[in-house]
Design a protein around this ligand. Structure first.
Ligand code: GLU
Length: 304
């Protein structure tokens, strides 16, 4: 396994020259496009190569975390009364939702509008508590008690995130956000700005691969049926509007973020964390997808 990761990473290094580092959040534009890392967490141990320990912000990979905790708090059925599970085929930050807004089945939790709505379903007395619960849960599922917000990225997104603000107010207008939109967006921005590395993502992947059971303690952190639900949503819509293509070329549940990370899991086998910040036009890491394609082919990971 170690040999496979080393070889795949070196073979795919040239793809870091393709694509662009995201810069619509100005601070992300400072990312090092040459970085490339991979980490696989399995029941037999962990394997890693390249810049697996370089920190980057989690960005959209916070979306499955919102969904996990919202489902824990409310159950799958209640969450599905607020957001749908159909792939939208739209970019992650799409705002062209037909009026009367928010035919709820069109609001997918893996695109921004749905993720902001789902973030608001996490139970808390206020948004400060909501963030504290989300951070605590993320530390637990990554097994990393030191996870923190990258203050520069958070400030940068808070300053420039007006499209997300617009999405928040659209949701509010349709009665889908209770309380302050700005405060909820602060939670969303702070969660997107969590500083992680490939191991943190691989650990989340391993939890989902093990259908909610923690490898170290054997504890069932999320019930099996909820893990199955999350994996299904990731499979159909975790890779932005490239999810269909990814299903055919890689074939495992995964979520990418504009920080260059990809969290993937192969049910029953392993969790995978990837980092390489140059992105294709849809927002997916170019070298990251190439590494996953190669890994899937060599190890026959596709669930199909
Ligand atoms: N914080 C980013 C945004 O909302 C996350 C986007 C992403 O990673 O897709 O614009």
């Amino acid at each position: 396994m170690q040999e496979i990761l080393n070889r795949i990473l070196e073979d795919c290094r040239r793809y870091t020259l393709e694509g662009e580092v995201a810069s619509y959040i100005p601070e992300l534009g400072k990312g090092n496009r040459e970085a490339i890392g991979i980490y696989a967490a399995t029941d037999e141990g962990d394997f890693f190569a390249g810049d697996w320990d370089e920190p980057f912000t989690i960005q959209s990979i916070a979306k499955p975390i919102f969904l996990m905790l919202a489902v824990r708090d409310n159950g799958i059925d209640v969450v599905k009364q607020h957001v749908g599970v159909e792939a939208t085929g739209k970019p992650f930050n799409a705002i062209d939702y037909a009026e009367p807004l928010l035919l709820r089945e069109h609001i997918n939790p893996m695109v921004n509008i749905g993720a902001i709505a789902v973030c608001g379903l996490v139970k808390a007395a206020d948004n400060r508590e909501r963030f504290a619960r989300l951070l605590d849960f993320t530390r637990r599922i990554t097994g990393n008690p030191d996870l923190e917000v990258d203050q520069e990225v958070y400030d940068s997104e808070k300053k420039t995130g007006n499209k997300n603000r617009a999405l928040g107010y659209l949701l509010k207008n349709s009665g889908m956000i209770y309380g302050s939109v700005e405060d909820l967006l602060d939670v969303y921005f702070a969660m997107c700005s969590l500083k992680v590395n490939c191991r943190d993502l691989a650990r989340i992947g391993l939890l989902l691969a093990a259908h909610g059971t923690d490898r170290e303690t054997g504890e069932q952190i999320i019930p099996r049926e909820e893990a199955v639900f999350i994996n299904a949503v990731l499979m159909t819509s975790g890779m932005y509007d490239g999810s269909g293509e990814f299903a055919t070329t890689v074939g495992i549940p995964a979520k990418s973020g504009v920080g260059g990370g990809i969290m993937a899991d192969c049910p029953g086998r392993m969790g995978i964390g990837i980092f390489s910040p140059a992105l294709d036009k849809k927002g997916n890491s170019v070298a990251g997808i190439k590494m996953l394609e190669r890994l899937s082919r060599e190890m026959q990971l596709s669930i199909f």
